[in-house]
Design a protein around this ligand. Structure first.
Ligand code: NAP
Length: 308
């Protein structure tokens, strides 16, 4: 099969860290163009806007949209309308309704839409899912605490409305939780902490339940200095399961049972190629729906101003 001729839009941190290396190592793809207002990629045609790129390079089969979520819908709509397959970085959009609209457009145009959730491809996630399916779960605690100044320096979009604030990393935890738990969960209460000078939360505490009254709690906090925590802990009849380091390691009762090298973006691009070949889309909105529910049901608490 001839390679999928792919283009990238929004050349920033995640494109350089992950998308470019993953695409270059996958023979299913050939990167032929990029569109970004400031960023460029060496060795291919670069454009200032997706409109200019789609017009100048009709050979593009697929585009990866890596700009902040508030600006993704318009680019996705243009690409789908032009008959291109579309890979959406996480979160897939700024609202649930705009992503549903894109899903319908992809179906109407007969192209693939992939709402990617990179953390679901962390090395130990499938092993955690299999472990939880094999036992009875008593409760689950999610602890996602990191230093925003270290991970998101000067990213203004992340603090703007639609940027999700602490839910930008928190949605990664939710993408894992919604994948590994055997039944759907829903939020029963939440508290969101907003710095007085920001439109997005710096911390959130959330309680979930399910039809069987399972207790699931989540603590997201961006003020964590020192050791960073990206852990999911489940008390079960078969012992305490700890899925740590963002899904990289799995331990049961303190014994490491699964660890392998991280391959999240290579696996995302393998999945996207499979979808294109099969003529399918993959748009699971569960993680984004929980974030929307937290904003809908959550109490607001105002906390100290934040400057980075
Ligand atoms: P970023 O570097 O701040 O932004 C990516 C690029 O988007 C920028 O370089 C910029 O390129 C373009 N952009 C910024 N503001 C824009 C605007 N107002 N309108 C149109 N384009 C704009 O962000 P990032 O860290 O790469 O994150 C991008 C997406 O990937 C986010 O949804 C994030 O959640 C996700 N992600 C990030 C990471 C990470 O570690 N950073 C990990 C996984 C997923 P130009 O100025 O050249 O247009």
């Amino acid at each position: 099969m001839t390679p999928i001729q792919i283009a990238i839009v929004g050349v920033g941190k995640i494109v350089r860290d992950q998308h470019l290396p993953a695409i270059s190592k996958n023979a299913d793809y050939r990167l032929i163009a990029a569109a970004s207002r400031h960023g460029t990629v060496d060795g291919i045609d670069n454009f200032k806007s997706i409109e200019a790129m789609l017009e100048a390079v009709p050979a593009i089969d697929a585009v990866s949209l890596c700009m902040p979520p508030q600006y993704r819908y318009e680019a996705a709509h243009l690409a789908l309308q032009a008959g291109k397959h579309v890979f959406l970085e996480k979160p897939p959009g700024a609202t649930l309704s705009e992503v549903a609209d894109l899903e319908a457009l992809a179906a109407a145009k007969g192209v693939s839409l992939f709402a990617s959730w990179h953390s679901r491809y962390a090395p130990a996630v499938e092993a955690a899912k299999a472990f939880l399916a094999s036992t009875a779960i008593r409760n689950v605690k999610v602890i996602w605490k990191e230093d925003v100044r270290h991970w998101h320096p000067h990213q203004e979009w992340i603090w703007a409305a639609g940027g999700l604030g602490v839910f930008d990393p928190g949605i990664n935890a939710l993408s894992i939780v919604t994948h590994i738990l055997p039944r759907p969960i829903f939020i029963t209460s939440a508290t969101l902490e907003f710095p007085e000078n920001r439109d997005a939360p710096i911390a959130a505490t959330i309680a979930f339940s399910d039809a069987g009254k399972l207790s699931v709690s989540a603590e997201f906090d961006w003020r964590q200095t020192g050791k960073q925590s990206w852990d999911i802990v489940a008390e079960t009849d078969a012992g305490e399961m700890v899925l740590s380091e963002g899904g990289a390691k799995l331990a049961v009762d303190g014994k490491l049972v699964h660890e392998e090298p991280e391959q999240e973006y290579p696996m995302l691009y393998r999945r996207f190629a499979e979808l294109i070949k099969a003529g399918k889309s993959d748009v699971d909105l569960a993680p984004l729906r929980h974030v929307a529910d937290a904003f809908m049901l959550g109490r607001r608490k105002f906390v100290d101003v934040f400057y980075d």
